[in-house]
Each structure stands twice: as C-alpha cells, then as structure tokens.
Design a protein around this ligand. Structure first.
Ligand code: 8YV
Length: 314
C-alpha cells in the first residue's frame, strides 16, 4: 500500500519523525503565509495534518488542502483549531488527552509551591551571597490550611486537586456541573469561587467559551493577599487587568505556564517581582512528549488502517 501523504507542523523530535516517516510521506508545513511554497500536487495529496504548536489552524488553511481528512493534534488543547469548520467539511480532529495529565498537574503544584514560598528568590538569595552577607531571607507564607480554588475540574483540574488535598488545603472548584467530590466546595460562578479562596488555579480549557474568564472582577475578588496560578491558556486571563493588579500589588502573585502571544509575551511581565513565569512547558518531559507523539501517531495510523480514532475530538 502506498504511504499516505501528511503534513507536519513545527519540528518533531527524531523519535517522532522517524516512525512517522516509516508510515507516511511526511511534508513540512511552510507556514500559513507561505503555502505557495508547497507544490500544488503536494498540497493536493495531503490527507492528514500532524499538527503541533499553537498557531491558528482555521478555514483558510484547511480549505487549501482538498483531500484533508484528519487533523491529529499533538496536545490535549485544540483551541487554535477551528473544529466547527473541520466538522462542516467532514474532517476529523484528534488530540492527546490523559498522557500529559500528571506532568501538567505536577508543574502546576510546583508553580504554586515555588510562588507561595518564593523558592526562586530564596535560591538567588543564596547564590548572590546575600545569605552570608545579609542574613535570613524574608519570611514567606504557609500553604497549609489555605483555601484553594480550581477553575475547571476536568482531567487536569482534578489531578491538581488530588495532589493538593494531602497538603491540608481546603478545596473549592468551579465547573459547568457539580462533580461527585465529597468535601470539596462547588461554585457555579468563577467570581464566587475567587471570593471564597486564597489561591485561584486556572485549569479550564482554552477557546472562545473561556476567553478572559479570569476577568478584572475575578482578579479583584482574589484580592491583595491572593495568588493566581494558570496552567490552561493565556486567553483565559484578562492580561491587561492582571498586569495592572500585579503592578499595583492588588494581588500577591501570579504564576503561569501560558500567555497570550507566546513566546513574545507582554513585556510588562518581565519586570515584575511578584510573578513566576514558565515557558509553556508543563507537558515537557521526555516521557510525556514520547507518549503524546505515540498517541498522535496511533490516531493517524488507526485512521488510515480502519478509520478507528483513539482520541477523537469531533
Ligand atoms: C502543547 C499543550 O501541546 O497539550 C496541550 O494542550 O498546551 C501542550 O502540551 C505542547 O506544548 C506542544 O505544543
């Protein structure tokens, strides 16, 4: 059987590219502005996208590939993919859930611990010689007994909550429907959740439904003693309102793995001393990235073998 032609977006690690090339004729996406760099016969041969990254994948790109049948996303979030348009054209979309849940939850808890105790600042205190010259580092805050609110109790939000429960925290959450989680307080509104907690963790999926769900009102409700930690998407936060709150110390701190306009994030973040910033790397371990690549390929091969998708989105 002839190998199907597919288009790879962004660069893939060798451990992904090699098996992909064994099964498919892999062509490289030249960028949305540069589609004419693909010969028309190549463009017309492409049957699937091995999508990776966070660029916009809209109707214009999909429509340029008349034989496109499948978009296999490397990642659980697919907010930049126009799934409605894909569905309208009979194009299937898949993602890579579950395999990254633990790593994302681990990094989120790590960000909270690091922000709350200012672990990076304290490390700098030692390496700069301040410990020897100036003495003890300023006192930080405890996590024990703190009220933690999780906005979005899907797979990742739940894994974060399960990790934080043994830290002797009081758990609150917001989600569209109440879950069977005895002892955790449900709020059907994010502002109400923010009012009830000391730490707000953002774990909703990205996309239009959650755009700026962390609004100025939510940020104000978190208050000057509160922290916000974001592991979802930059789009979920009103960044202007957040930056203003951080500059005015209207909240105590912000930790995040995700931003608008990554990697060229708003430069105001870079000058703040009450933030902990990560380069969108919560799933970035060798083990998880290999598992994500395998799941993406399993969707591609399943589709071309017998139409079976492991983790369909639409
Ligand atoms: C990215 C992510 O997919 O899974 C997601 O939704 O945001 C990440 O795991 C990863 O950075 C590759 O682009």
């Amino acid at each position: 059987m002839e190998k199907p032609d597919i288009l790879a977006f962004e660069t893939f690690d060798e451990w992904d590219m090699q098996p992909m090339q064994e099964m498919f004729n892999v062509h490289q996406f030249p960028g949305a502005e540069n589609l004419q760099a693909l010969a028309p016969e190549v463009r017309e041969s492409i049957r699937a996208f091995a999508f990776k990254g966070h660029s916009t994948l809209g109707a214009d790109i999909m429509n340029a590939f008349p034989k496109l049948e499948l978009i296999a996303n490397y990642g659980v979030g697919y907010d930049t993919i126009d799934v409605a348009h894909a569905s309208s054209k009979g194009i299937k979309v898949t993602n890579t859930p579950d395999v990254l849940t633990d790593d994302v939850a681990d990094l989120t808890v790590g960000m909270l611990l690091a922000l709350n105790r200012d672990i990076p600042g304290a490390s700098n205190w030692v390496t700069s010689g301040n410990w020897a010259n100036k003495g003890a580092y300023p006192l930080q805050r405890t996590l024990s007994g703190v009220r933690v609110g999780i906005a979005g109790l899907g797979r990742i939000g739940l894994a974060i909550a399960q990790r934080l429960a043994p830290f002797n925290t009081e758990l609150h959450y917001y989600s569209r429907a109440q879950k069977d989680t005895p002892g955790w307080s449900y709020h059907n509104d994010v502002v109400q959740l923010a009012k009830a907690v000391d730490v707000l963790i953002v774990a909703v999926s990205g996309g239009p439904d959650t755009a700026k769900i962390i609004s100025k009102q939510v940020i104000d409700a978190v208050g000057s003693d509160g922290l916000i930690v974001n592991c979802s998407r930059g789009s979920t936060v009103d960044e202007d309102a957040l930056l203003e709150a951080l500059e005015n110390k209207a909240i105590r701190g912000f930790a995040s793995d995700v931003f608008n306009n990554e990697p060229r994030i708003d430069e105001r973040f870079l000058t703040l001393d009450n933030v902990l910033l990560q380069p969108h790397q919560s799933s970035a371990t060798i083990e998880t990235r290999k598992a994500m690549g395998k799941l993406q390929r399993d969707n591609l091969t399943g589709f071309f073998n017998n139409g079976a998708l492991v983790t369909p989105v639409n």
